[in-house]
Structure formats: C-alpha cells, structure tokens
Ligand binder design. Sequence first.
Ligand code: ZN
Ligand code: ZN
Length: 335
Amino acid sequence: MRKLVLTGIRAMEIVEAPQPTPGPGEVLLRVESVGVCGSDVHYWKHGRIGDQLVRYPFAVGHEMAGTVVAQGEGVERPLVGQRVAVEPAISCGECDQCRKGRAHTCRRLKFLGCPGQVEGCLSDFIVMPAKCCFPVPEGFSPDLAMLVEPLSIGLYAVRRAEPSAGARVAVLGAGPIGCSVLLMAKTAGAHVWVSDKVPERVQLAKALGADDAGTPEELEQAGPFDVAIECCGEQEALDQAVRVLGPGGRLAVVGIPAEDRVSFHAHEVRRKEIDILAIRRQNECVEPALRMVVEGEIDPSAMVTHRFPLERAQEAFELASEYRDGVLKAAIHLA
Ligand SMILES: [Zn+2]
Ligand SMILES: [Zn+2]
C-alpha cells in the first residue's frame, strides 16, 4: 500500500509499506479522506510541536474517514463494508484518567500521527480499535465524516465554556476549529461574533451562521462578551480575549501556541475575575458531533474548500500553511 511520510523539513514522500492486519478488537480501514490539520502542517514545516519531535520518516494525519474492510477477533458489531468517522485518540481504558471518564488525558494515550505515539493515517490502509470507529449513514460523504473530528473539538470547547442561551460569545480565529466552535456555539443558542485576519475566513464564518464576523480590530469595538473562545494560538489573541470579556467572563483556550509559554494580564484577569479554561482536544464528543451533522442540526460542508489526491499532498500542505486561495480545510483523497 501507499504511505505518505514526512522525510525532513517541508519534505514528504510516498513510499510502499506493508498493509497492516487487525488484531483483537481492531478493524482494518480503507482510508478515504484525510483532513490537513494545523498540527500536521506544523510537523511538516518545523519537524516538531514543542517537545514533540518528528523522527523521520513519519506519517502524520489524524482527521479521517474510511471504510472497514476487515475486522479482528472480538469485534462484536459487524463493521465490514461500513464507512466510519474515526476518533484518532487511542486510550488504554485502564489508567486513572480513563477510569475517571477522561480518556483524552489517558496516561498511555496514543494519538494518530503524533510523533512517538502512532503513525498517522495518510496511507491506503490503517488499523484502529473498533471502539474508535463511528458508523455513518449510507451515502454520507467521506469529507463530511472526516470533519467530525474537528467538529468534536468545537463541541467539547463549547460544552466546557458553557455559554448560556443568548450569551455573547467571541470566537477568535476562524480556522477549521474556530468554525467548528462557531457551529456548536450557535446550536447552544449563543450570539456568536467571529474574528479573523483573513478576509475569506471572515466571509466563511458569516456563511456558516456567525451573527457577526470581522477583523480583530472590529472585534475590539464589539465587546463586552460573556465567553471568549481563542482558536488561533496567538498571544495577541489571548490578550484581546481578556480585553473584550466583561467581568465574570470565561476564556476557553483552544488554540495551540507556537511558544512554550503564553501570558495573561494579571490585574485585568483578576479585576474582571475571568475564568480561564484549557481545552485538550475533546472527550466523548465524536458521537454527538456526528449525530448533529447526520440530523442536520449543523451543516459544516462548506468547511472543506479544497481536495487533492495523495500524489498532490505537498500542495495541500503548502496551501494550508500559507492560508492561500481561501483554504479552510484541505482534504486529501486516497480512495
Ligand atoms: Zn486536528
Ligand atoms: Zn488510559
């Protein structure tokens, strides 16, 4: 089978690799669509995120949809032939965190395409635990199924930030995660203001149902907000979030900063008594996010703006890295 591996900074190659076999409790998936995530681009561009260092060659990719082609022993549901959305986090099910219902902070977590954990899904086939696979209805497109992963992060962030109905929510950054947060905050009945520096992203946020959208300068004038959800990983956005929140406001930090440390204005945070929440990916939100798409509660289809075959993956990464051509989510199609 083909497998796309990173081979150096800004370098990738398609290599031949043996097709894996599913073990007990696992399924073999024919990979159909893989979303290019900001973190994948980061590994491609910098060879690391913080202390997570890529050892070449390494396959990235964790947002995926595929069809089950074989299943190992002990998989109770018949899954062969079924298209599934995939939860890329493989938890142990046994540690203190898993037992507390916090599988996303599992002590032995293995996340697809995370250096030092497991290889990513940019290959024709991968093996995953059956418990990570969520069947989608007949006719549901691979791209929509792939979007369920970023959507689950949006849902989790909104569940953690708990905006009440009618709350004024600022979403800073209209990338795929910011747009996912927007869609989920709208279902919670919030009034959502989305900011981004990229004009195409502002337009897309409006198309996806933002009550207001504009530049960070425009957001500055639009406060105060009850909840701010930071989705760009920038110090200046964190600072702005604190400024535009009203007293008693809540700040959820979803974006991943390039630096190891970020800071908050101590006195402003204290005087306003701002609650600051760190969001770690998502927990138990894949299934409900999928259900919301299936039932038509949200329509994220406009988020996939570009599609490439595996041979042109480099182009997809370049596009995503430079925010060119109005790209939001680039999907790589393998089947
Ligand atoms: Zn991702
Ligand atoms: Zn665990």
